[in-house]
Design a protein around this ligand. Structure first.
Ligand code: NAP
Length: 270
């Protein structure tokens, strides 16, 4: 791709941002699909300043990452229903100076779990932060039986109230048989890759274990899941799925997610 006078500027905003793989993935897809745009990282601790830049500069597509997924919301002109239900925006589209907010983490989770039919399955969801809220939304809509387990139980109780399901304690784990386990905590993330959020004694053959962490692959949880004979799903799939949906929202064109995800995975794991 040769940049010219028509090249659009897209951004990822967050603080800090050095960990972000969004520029790598987006710029790869733009080149691959001949989208005349470039993505740059705008790292700044001030969300008000970042919101003014993406509105006025303007940035056509903005990926929003930690810690701004909630903080960006008051600066937007419109927020779609799913993002409102989750209470977080990870995607902003600028259309003629108006900012529209979306949450594509749900699409990323749906892509990662595309071979798992969650309806009537018991799914153990670890965590109750932003990623867990997107997962609970998806699982609730899919008709799964959700078991919530979080260090801070009050946050899990809030999820139960909003998306249905049951809150459990670590002591209840041996009584509940979940066929799908989702780690939506940050335990096991770089640099503490030696940690796991879940004792391997509860991992079994036939289970599906999905870890939303995408930074260090495979995580300890996924390694132990494989050793136990379970199917391991990486957070990389979610990351790719959510990014491709962002590009669909930006271009208005449907992506061949399965095909693009194969090469995207190679780029991200380099
Ligand atoms: P968050 O809102 O800060 O939530 C973090 C969650 O982890 C909370 O439930 C927290 O429990 C729990 N937690 C943190 N440290 C813990 C510990 N030492 N022991 C037990 N629980 C602990 O973060 P988030 O935005 O949901 O992100 C969570 C993970 O998802 C991160 O690794 C992030 O990179 C990943 N993520 C991946 C994607 C993707 O595309 N693959 C997208 C979004 C996020 P408390 O409630 O008790 O604090």
């Amino acid at each position: 791709m040769i940049f010219n006078g028509h090249t659009k500027l897209n951004t990822v905003i967050g603080y800090p941002l050095s960990h972000s793989k969004s520029p790598l993935l987006h710029n790869f897809i733009y080149r691959r699909l001949n989208i005349n745009a470039v993505m740059l990282a705008l790292e700044n601790p001030k969300i008000g300043l970042l919101a003014r830049i993406i509105k006025n500069f303007p940035s056509g597509l903005t990926c929003v990452t930690m810690p701004f997924k909630q903080a960006i919301m008051p600066f937007l002109d419109s927020i779609d229903e799913r993002a409102k239900a989750i209470g977080a925006v990870n995607t902003v589209i600028n259309k003629k100076g108006k900012l529209f907010g979306f949450n594509t983490d749900i699409d990323g989770i749906a892509f990662a779990l595309r071979k798992v039919k969650p309806k009537n399955k018991t799914v153990l969801l670890l965590g109750a932060g932003g990623a867990a809220r997107a997962a609970a939304y998806f699982l609730g809509k899919s008709g799964a039986k959700i078991l919530y387990l979080n260090r801070t139980q009050s946050k899990a109780l809030r999820l139960k109230k909003e998306f249905g399901g049951v809150v459990i304690n670590p002591a209840d784990l041996s009584r509940h048989q979940a066929s799908v386990i989702i780690n939506a905590t940050s335990v096991g993330m770089n640099p503490k890759i030696f940690k796991t959020p879940f004792d391997k004694k509860y991992l079994k053959k036939g289970q599906v274990v999905f870890d939303v962490i995408y930074s260090s692959q495979p995580t300890r949880l996924l390694k132990e899941a494989k050793q136990a004979g379970a199917t391991a799903i990486s957070g990389m799939d979610m990351f790719i799925g959510q990014a491709l949906r962002q590009i669909e929202l930006y271009t208005g064109k449907k992506m061949d997610v399965i095909k693009l995800s194969k090469t995207a995975r190679k780029i991200l794991s380099r």
